[in-house]
Design a protein around this ligand. Structure first.
Ligand code: GUN
Length: 276
């Protein structure tokens, strides 16, 4: 079997084209969705992500602010900025790029973001609403993964989904979203006794371990859908795995572009809800 390559860039472009129309309609009603992206310090990867988020938001007609602060910024200064963005009528979505420098308490910063503007879905109230299954802004990468799986045309309900990784940003939330879609879900991590035995049961395998090349082809059930969240290098051995899977995401060009699409989608949704 040679797997279908899941083209995240094409799906992203389709979603952004739809959002561009939504934004045009909102503008005619006097609302321009606005996104504020906050970066503290000068980590090159974070800078690149923030640049892409700002560029895409402008391209589709959003209002965009980038706050690039020095690594010496105090927690108090950052919290003051977030307070201002919470109050700003121009801003409907606030994203603070993680990780933050070690002298800043990440949790205190996330807690300070107004839940209605929490387009990352990281605020404890957003997480709680997601667990309960209430309507809320969903974390971008997990929501993008669900969208990619759905677009393969395979039903999620009743499938065994195995998630490798348990981070708050991807592993845990994607497991919950798969459960919400009625998959039977297993979560594996670095202490899992027999990883291969688990992953070989997966009809849907999501790998978000941050360990380049962790999953070889013989860890994959024939015909499985494989979603690789690793970046900048995949966690799945792509050439090998694509001989066994029925569909697989490449790195780059798979999950990464979807994170941006879902961020834009969340910002438009937040703008609609705040304006309503
Ligand atoms: N760092 C890595 N991924 C993310 C993300 O999705 N959002 C934020 N804010 N920071 C990140």
């Amino acid at each position: 079997m040679t797997a279908q390559i899941i083209n995240g860039r094409a799906v992203r472009d389709e979603i952004l084209a739809g959002l561009q129309q939504d934004i045009e309609t909102l503008k005619q009603q006097g609302v321009q969705p606005g996104l504020a992206v906050v970066l503290v310090g000068d980590d090159p990867a974070s800078k690149q992500y923030v640049g892409m988020k700002a560029k895409k938001s402008k391209e589709i007609g959003m209002y965009s602010e980038v706050h690039a602060l020095p690594s010496t910024t105090s927690q108090e200064e950052l919290l003051t900025l977030i307070g201002q963005l919470n109050e700003s009528d121009k801003i409907h979505g606030i994203l603070v790029q993680l990780p933050l420098p070690p002298h800043i308490d990440e949790k205190a910063v996330i807690d300070a973001i107004r839940v209605e503007k929490d387009v990352d879905g990281f605020h404890p109230v957003s997480v709680g609403n997601m667990v309960i299954g209430d309507d809320c802004l969903l974390p971008c990468t997990p929501a993008g993964i669900i969208e990619l799986i759905k677009r393969t045309g395979t039903a999620i309900a009743g499938k065994h989904a195995v998630v490798v990784g348990r981070s708050n940003i991807v592993g845990k939330p994607v497991a919950l979203l798969l459960l919400r879609e009625n998959a039977t879900v297993s979560i594996c991590h670095s202490k899992t006794a027999d990883m291969k035995e688990m992953t070989r049961q997966a009809d849907i395998l999501v790998v978000a371990a941050g360990r380049p090349g962790l999953i070889p082809g013989d860890y994959i059930k024939p015909g499985a859908i494989v979603i690789d969240v690793g970046t900048p290098v995949g966690d799945v051995q792509f050439e090998d795995a694509s001989q066994t899977a029925s569909a697989i995401t490449p790195v780059p060009g798979g999950v990464g572009p979807m994170t941006i699409a879902m961020l834009m989608s969340n910002t438009v949704k937040a703008a609609k809800q705040i304006a309503a």
